[in-house]
Design a protein around this ligand. Structure first.
Ligand code: PMP
Length: 482
């Protein structure tokens, strides 16, 4: 047998859980699972590429467009040249943003390939902008010191000196998930993902939703200045940005409270730092609006998109930054071989067009309501098993009551954070339904199908979930693999 070299360890775990299916074809919300016998078995996919498949697997219009782009021999990699297709996509995204937020301020776009990369762009840009704010303040204070008595000026300089170099503070909410690269993972609350790499980059502060103003205040670092002959305190711009998801995805499908969103916006406006709205999972129509933050009136200074922007076939991400917060020189410092390539930009523009033409937002709201009512019916029938159903549009979660106290292997697996994966294995093998838990809250199953999910497919999920609930209540052993 050939050696297994591509994440064989993970493959072993998947196999133990009955999740090592090989999918050989995908269309809309169906994946075909090739069994060892050679048969291809259809599976309904509620994972939806972890949010990338708003339009489903291999949407025919996306595939046709991709084929056409390749047939025309469009140069995919023509870096450092004029990129009208990138501008077209940026403009298309701006038009939707202007409409949903009733604004007309342009947002500049830095493209990338993955969600975590869009987060890294935001982190770097925010720090560059903060650096400029610190430098401007330092210059202003120095100008005042030039006219101040020498001894006073010396005292002020001594006090301020080290503080100018204080590291930035990035704020985000408890439960957040913003990626797994070296810096972005510091904004991901899950300690298992974050702590092994805490020495690599600046640590974020995780804020509880009710304590935004208090936490911002706790970050305060003051400098001294001399004004009108007397000492005064000035605030060092220490907070680089506040990152927030309109709906926490990997943290367990938690919709951001409108009041918390307003607190974040107000704190940022008062403190002069940007709000980075991470729409990487929520964006591109999934929640019933192109930007989920528009439901709660939270306009970010930076807005991040990825996942579904690539139409399920391209790798694409973008960091949009409002022009008044944008540092053009950033473009000279940040780049990637793969960013802004013609293929992903052309696909992205077609995605935006299709989302509009197909009324994907309206469909997400309507299909989401159908899915949510099916999940609520399961909850109503199994109140001792299902703790909660929540989310918006086609980004829904079903939380099981904590099973870690249960006797036997199910309790043990729940204690190890594996319950959701065990249930996923059962649902796949016994009901041909593909689901997964959220990454950081493993007893919450997430449902993110495409806007084309049918009533019949929702019914298949509900049947499987009822079987899961019955077993969890009466005979958990029935759920164990093999
Ligand atoms: N931000 C959010 C809100 C996400 O859900 C994810 C991925 N689950 C990311 C960032 C990271 O995206 P990627 O996996 O493309 O790096």
């Amino acid at each position: 047998m050939e050696p297994r070299l591509a994440e064989a360890h993970l493959g072993g775990l998947l196999s133990q859980l009955g999740l090592d299916a090989e999918y050989v074809r995908g269309e809309a919300d169906t994946l075909w699972w090739r069994r060892p016998s050679g048969d291809e078995v259809p599976v309904v996919d509620f994972v939806g590429g972890y949010g990338s498949l708003v339009l489903g697997h291999n949407h025919p219009e996306i595939v046709k467009h991709a084929q056409e782009v390749l047939r025309r021999q469009v140069p995919v990699h023509a870096q450092f040249s004029y990129h009208p297709y990138a501008n077209d996509l940026a403009l298309a995204l701006n038009r939707v943003l202007w409409r949903e937020f009733d604004t007309d301020e342009p947002y500049s776009a830095i493209f990338a390939s993955t969600g975590a990369e869009a987060v890294e762009v935001a982190l770097k840009h925010a720090e560059m902008a903060r650096g400029a704010r610190v430098a401007a303040l330092r210059e202003e204070i120095e100008a005042h010191l030039a006219d101040a008595p020498a001894e006073l000026a010396e005292r002020v300089r001594e006090h301020n000196e080290d503080r100018y170099d204080a590291p930035p503070v990035f704020l985000t909410l408890e439960g957040s998930f913003h990626g797994k690269l070296a810096s972005s993972v510091q904004l991901t609350h899950n300690a298992g993902y974050r702590l092994p790499f805490r020495t690599l980059a600046v640590q974020a502060r995780f804020v509880s939703g009710g304590e935004v103003a208090k936490e911002v205040e706790a970050c305060r670092v003051t400098l001294l200045d001399v004004q009108d002959g007397g000492l005064v305190e000035r605030d060092l711009p220490v907070i680089a940005a506040f990152f927030v998801e309109p709906i926490q995805g990997e943290g367990g499908i938690h919709v951001l409270d409108t009041g918390v969103a307003a607190d974040i916006r107000a704190a940022a406006d008062a403190g002069g730092f940007p709000v980075v709205v991470d729409e990487i999972q929520t964006g591109v129509g999934r929640t019933g609006a192109f930007f989920a933050s528009s439901h709660i009136g939270l306009l970010g200074d930076y807005v991040l998109l990825a996942k579904a922007l690539g139409g399920g076939i391209a790798k694409s991400a973008v960091t949009l930054m409002r022009q008044s917060a944008y540092v053009p020189d950033f473009e000279l410092l940040h780049s990637s071989t793969f960013a802004k390539d013609a293929f992903s930009c052309l696909i992205g523009s077609r995605v935006v067009e299709l989302v509009e033409q197909l009324d994907a937002c309206g469909r997400a709201a309507e299909r989401g309501a159908a899915l949510e009512s099916a999940l609520r019916a399961v909850q109503a029938d199994f109140p001792t098993v299902v703790a909660d159903v929540r989310g918006r549009g086609l980004m829904l979660g079903l939380e099981f009551h904590d099973q870690s106290g249960a006797a036997g292997p199910v309790g043990e697996l729940a204690g190890q954070g594996l319950l959701g994966y065990v249930l996923a294995g059962y649902l796949l093998n016994a009901h041909r339904v593909r689901v997964f838990p959220t990454a950081s809250a493993s007893h919450t199953l997430r449902f993110e199908p495409s806007v084309f999910i049918t009533d019949e497919e929702i019914g298949q999920l509900a049947t499987g979930l009822r079987a899961v609930c019955t077993a969890l209540r009466d005979n958990p052993f029935a759920l164990l693999p093999g």
